[in-house]
Design a protein around this ligand. Sequence first.
Ligand code: UFG
Length: 341
Amino acid sequence: MKKILVTGGLGYIGSHTVVELQTAGFEVIIIDNLSNASVKVLDGIESITGIRPEFEELDLRDKQATISFFQKHQNIAGIIHFAASKAVGESVENPLLYYENNISTLVTVLQQIQHQENIAFIFSSSCTVYGQAEKMPISENAPIQQAFSPYGNTKQIGEEILQDTAKIAKGLQVISLRYFNPIGAHASVAIGELPDGVPQNLVPFITQTAIGLRKQLAVFGNDYPTEDGTCIRDYIHVVDLAKAHVIALKRLLNEQHETSFEVFNIGTGTGSSVLEVIESFERVSQQKLNYKIVDRREGDVISAYADTTKANTILGWKATSTLDEAMLSAWQWEQKIRKTK
Ligand code: UFG
């Protein structure tokens, strides 16, 4: 059984990926600094798979502790690197936190593994690297645009660091997955998204409004050049996204990759407007949502949805859940966590 290190493995996408890794027969070790996650997530994972993953509380900014960790664990075949900060607004307020958390830590990890004979590395990247792309759907060949935020910049720089390092580190093989908008929760509702404070993202804001935690959803602008005037995104079920990591990892471990640094878009290929997401929520929850249209939010691109041809044909991966299924799981998760709080 191959051992896979999942950094940030107690977070939203990390925890769903751990479940899929265990289901596929991998042994998992998680490190997480618990800055935006709870150890209770381990119970959720165990309740789904029957296996409690090994866990060490570790902050990758602690270089000495990170060195000791890698000295102790020499049998790691692959790393899925989620550990990072992810709030766009916060990154504008505190850029150095983002450069330290997302860049310095990546460098530290790579320093520990660069001389390893064989190591697979999956990087959490983002469609934010494309900015407002000229053509929809967005393919991996679309030009990388000047980042809108320090957060977005860390994803671009992270990819460059990995590409440069994979050129000289013979054992290092990298796949960067450019996520579109992950939503939803595991069907068991044992794990899901746990936003800290007021959610910045659309779907947790919708479910928190519906449950009564927020008064009203603000829809940021309906004067965009789209069919209904609201922004378009590609919302992907987090379990579909998690599965893409396992497939990408296997591609590297089975040496099926073509180059030592590959990039794939991970989305559904379908764009949905903010109003369509609200309609989907209202359909699956059978209730009306309290929302109002307000001004545009600074920094939002008009439209972003994926051309998934490369992931479909080369990885052999395809998203299977519909928007309604993803929204229903997000709603079921919201209802469950409010009941147990
Ligand atoms: N929106 C609202 N009201 C809200 C929250 C969001 O109308 O309260 C709208 C936004 O304006 C946008 C859409 O819903 O049109 C989606 O917004 P999210 O904040 O959920 O997602 P983003 O597409 O802005 O951000 C996501 C990730 C980022 C990543 C970015 C790349 O959260 O990490 O995609 O495009 F950088």
